[in-house]
Design a protein around this ligand. Structure first.
Ligand code: AMP
Ligand code: MG
Length: 304
């Protein structure tokens, strides 16, 4: 699946009207097939995450932004529900607390970025400080307008220190938002999510769109690209985001740590115990022949 056309690296400015939230052109098969494909990709992400953790060197930060009902929660659920919950953290950013507001806007963000071996997903992020804050006039323009540069430099710092960054803007249409809001009213299992305030936010649709365009144009960079994900169709949104995460994890080329010590003596001790108890050796799946890991799993004497 070629996802490159959705990736922005900051070379040329875009206008959101040129991006159709309904399109599904990078996937030629059926929706049913897409769901099977997603299950496969989620399993791959899970294995790749385990390797990232085992290697303990690299860090992945995934930022998800969208308007209300845009599908942040659904995307995170669809992709990470199959992943070891110890390996992935989700950080959700709500209206800042008084203590958070007493500091600069990146203060509450930085300590939640991933450490070595971790994946962190930001459900909203520091981008709210140039989106909600701008649209609601919470600080003057001469304050928020400087933040684009701070953010680019903050993300550059994270990248320079070994963090891979993916940023997803889930792009839905205004009509789709109306449909999703009314669904929340009609479906009792979703009514808890209905917030009358979302209708007030909806009145600011055009302001948000302009603010998002500025975000996409001013903060896309090769080391911290934005992806504009057509998100009116959940199955396509999930498939695209999952594919991009899977491909990125693959490119990190994580390796299980090299075992320097000779493990044979330990093996012999434990085997003698099992033999004595007449317990057969456990059957261990033979390592997959991919990516040249096989030799790392074989017990061999240390040459030093
Ligand atoms: P939700 O994600 O729907 O639970 O809502 C969280 C709310 O917090 C949204 O209305 C955001 O716009 C708001 N929010 C998040 N971060 C900030 C911020 N830095 N400043 C102001 N509002 C924010
Ligand atoms: Mg909301």
């Amino acid at each position: 699946m070629d996802t490159s056309k959705y990736r922005l690296t900051g070379k040329k400015n875009i206008s959101l009207k040129d991006f159709d939230p309904n399109e599904t052109s990078a996937y030629e098969h059926s929706k049913k097939k897409a769901k099977e494909e997603l299950t496969k990709i989620v399993a791959e992400i899970s294995q790749l995450q385990e390797k990232l953790y085992a290697e303990g060197k690299q860090k992945l930060l995934i930022i998800i932004q969208t308007t209300d009902t845009g599908g942040k929660d659904g995307t995170i659920r669809a992709i990470f529900s199959g992943v070891n919950p110890q390996g992935v953290k989700v950080a959700s950013f709500k209206v800042p607390t008084p203590i958070e507001l007493a500091h600069d806007y990146l203060w509450r963000i930085h300590h939640l970025t991933p450490g070595k071996g971790e994946i962190v997903v930001f459900n909203r992020s520091h981008y709210e400080d140039v989106l909600a804050v701008r649209v609601h006039n919470l600080v003057p323009e001469n304050v928020w307008s400087k933040r684009f540069q701070h953010i680019v430099e903050f993300e550059q710092l994270l990248a320079d220190e070994g963090t891979t960054i993916l940023k997803f803007y889930l792009h839905i249409s205004k009509e789709e938002q109306a449909a999703r809001l009314i669904e929340r009213i009609m479906d009792p299992s979703k009514t808890w999510k209905f917030n009358p305030g979302d209708l007030e936010e909806r009145k600011l649709w055009d302001d948000y769109r302009k603010a998002y365009e500025d975000v996409l144009n001013k903060t896309s960079a090769p080391q911290a690209p934005w992806f504009i994900i057509p998100a009116n169709r959940n199955w396509y949104r999930n498939l695209l985001v999952a594919s991009i995460i899977r491909d990125t994890l693959k490119d990190l080329n994580c390796k299980y740590p090299e075992i320097k010590e000779d493990l044979k003596p330990y093996f012999e001790i434990l085997k003698a115990e099992l033999d004595k108890a007449k317990i057969p050796l456990p059957s261990v799946p033979s390592p997959k022949p991919e990516e040249g890991d096989a030799e790392e799993l074989v017990i061999e004497p240390d040459e030093n």
